[in-house]
Design a protein around this ligand. Structure first.
Ligand code: MN
Length: 162
């Protein structure tokens, strides 16, 4: 709102005013409190950092012993995620392609299918999966995914620490 912006711009003036009031009109300081609160709120707002990360694009072939080709796009890794998760990424799997069976130790991966259809496998148990569905697993599990459809499969993936 307008008056918040005004408060932000007048931060130094208000602080000086408060300084004066504190010494010369101690009781008036109570009236300044709402303004001071506003200044603090505005100040915190100004310190918000916008963090935008650009994906690393990694084309792959026979990933983890899988078939065919695809593209891995890693948006953020644990350093950017400040240790809260291991990675956030997307996987494009071309028709007939797969990511072979691999194990997640100390972490787990969730595949959220955004486009296409395929087969999701955890510890040898396979289920069909399609756009709008997510497949999860437990840490230590082995998993794989295969695009069995006729279009590209687009998967959003997040790897969370155990
Ligand atoms: Mn995985």
């Amino acid at each position: 709102p307008f008056w918040f912006i005004l408060c932000g711009n007048m931060l130094k003036i208000f602080r000086f005013m408060e300084f004066l009031f504190f010494f010369y009109y101690k009781t008036v300081n109570v009236l300044i409190f709402p303004l001071y609160f506003c200044m603090i709120s505005t100040n915190q707002h100004e310190e918000v950092k916008m963090m935008i990360y650009t994906e690393k694009v990694i084309p792959f072939e026979n990933r983890a012993g899988g078939k065919g080709t695809g593209i891995l796009r890693i948006a953020m890794e644990d350093e950017q995620l400040e240790g809260r998760a291991k990675a956030i990424m997307s996987v494009t799997l071309h028709p007939g392609s797969s990511i072979g069976s691999h194990q997640h130790v100390g972490n787990l991966e969730i595949y959220y299918v955004l486009k296409g259809e395929g087969i999701f496998t955890v510890n040898g148990k396979s289920e069909p999966i399609h756009a709008g569905q997510a497949g999860s697993m437990n840490p230590g599990d082995w998993h794989s995914i295969e695009n069995t459809g006729s279009e590209d499969m687009l998967i959003s993936a997040v790897i969370l620490y155990e």
